[in-house]
Design a protein around this ligand. Structure first.
Ligand code: FDA
Length: 301
């Protein structure tokens, strides 16, 4: 718990964040970040596609408090959508509302998102709204509710650690949903803290959406959960077209390839860009062993 809290406080440190941006991905982040620009990202996506794996692309960045930065992020995401289309890449978009100005002003953020979703809709590209910490949960769902009056190329994430996710999965069952354990530190009056409780709820939510909902993205590196899902879909005659597995770029590459070669739909979350610090630190919070992976990359040059 001490290590977890240590990395969480580092992940929120603004000074370290700006230093990380300045000095690029030299500290080993390149292992888990698919490049710093669109060309490198497309190359990484094409490589995955070559192995029968699709991608969900995240232009890294979050918790933006300056309008100019949010507008630049919007323009960059639109460039990413165009690059996906022009390169005929098998990929869609993941984005974070706080990168598009949710902490600045709700309507400003809504308008930025509208522009992105509109362009993506013209190219028939799906947009997934990543879910952030609890302070942005309700406003993110509000954005999705408003946008889905006009567009049907959007979906979101349900985080298993929240007590309220059981209600949310029922409310959003007609959406394409990614189900995850949850990556932020949340208080115990609203979220499960114990791994056993989170895993139990995670399985319940996955099973609910597989049986009652639209397309399900099961996003985890946990082979226990993956094996459970494989058994569950077989027993319930759920076809492979109804779901996919997702993992983060650079993690458990052998397992990613294995699942794809077994004929499961597989989608890798591909983060790219210079704003990698918060994302990178959350990966250390989840699994301090990840630091081995990162150090190996940093010193084996
Ligand atoms: P967890 O970290 O609980 O590990 C369980 C077990 O799996 C480990 O004990 C180990 O046995 C095995 N394992 C895990 N990683 C391994 C590795 N690298 N090598 C070997 N064994 C390993 N969160 C959020 O709040 N909002 C979001 O929008 C998203 N989006 C998202 C997209 C995608 C594609 C993924 C994969 C994850 C997210 N997350 C997220 C993060 C998610 O909530 C969660 O924090 C992480 O995925 C970590 O939990 P896991 O389920 O992967 O296993």
């Amino acid at each position: 718990m001490l290590i977890k809290n240590f990395f969480i406080s580092l992940s929120q440190n603004q000074l370290l964040n700006s230093l990380a941006k300045k000095y690029g991905t030299k500290l080993g982040a390149r292992t888990i970040i698919a490049g710093t620009n669109i060309e490198e990202m497309i190359q990484s996506v094409k490589e995955l596609n070559h192995h029968g794996i699709s991608a969900t692309v995240d232009n890294l960045g979050e918790f933006v408090f300056v309008k100019k930065e949010a507008i630049e992020a919007k323009k960059q995401i639109i460039r990413v959508i165009e690059a996906i289309y022009n390169n005929n890449a098998d990929a869609h978009i993941s984005l974070k509302p706080t990168q598009l100005g949710l902490d600045i002003n709700y309507d400003f953020c809504l308008n930025n998102l509208k522009e992105i979703v509109e362009v993506a809709s013209n190219y028939n590209i799906f947009i997934n709204f990543d879910m952030e910490d609890n302070s942005h949960l309700q406003s993110s769902f509000d954005l999705i509710d408003e946008l889905s009056n006009e567009y049907n190329n959007i979906g979101t994430v349900i985080q298993a650690y929240f007590f309220q996710s059981e209600d949310n999965i029922k409310k959003y069952k007609n959406y394409r949903l990614r189900i995850v354990k949850g990556a932020y530190k949340e208080p115990e009056n609203i979220a499960y803290q114990d791994k056993k409780d989170i895993d139990r709820n995670f399985i319940q939510l996955i099973e609910y959406h597989l049986l009652n909902g639209k397309y399900t993205s099961i996003a985890t590196h946990d082979h226990h959960i993956i094996n459970h899902v494989k058994k569950f879909v077989k027993e319930n005659n759920i076809t492979k077209e109804k779901f996919e597995f997702q993992m983060l770029y650079g993690f458990r590459k052998d397992l990613q390839l294995q699942l794809a070669s077994e004929g499961f739909h597989f989608c890798t979350y591909v983060p790219f860009g210079s704003d990698w610090y918060g994302y990178f630190m959350r990966r250390l919070v989840e699994r301090p062993e990840n630091i081995n992976l990162i150090f190996r990359q940093a010193f084996n040059k």
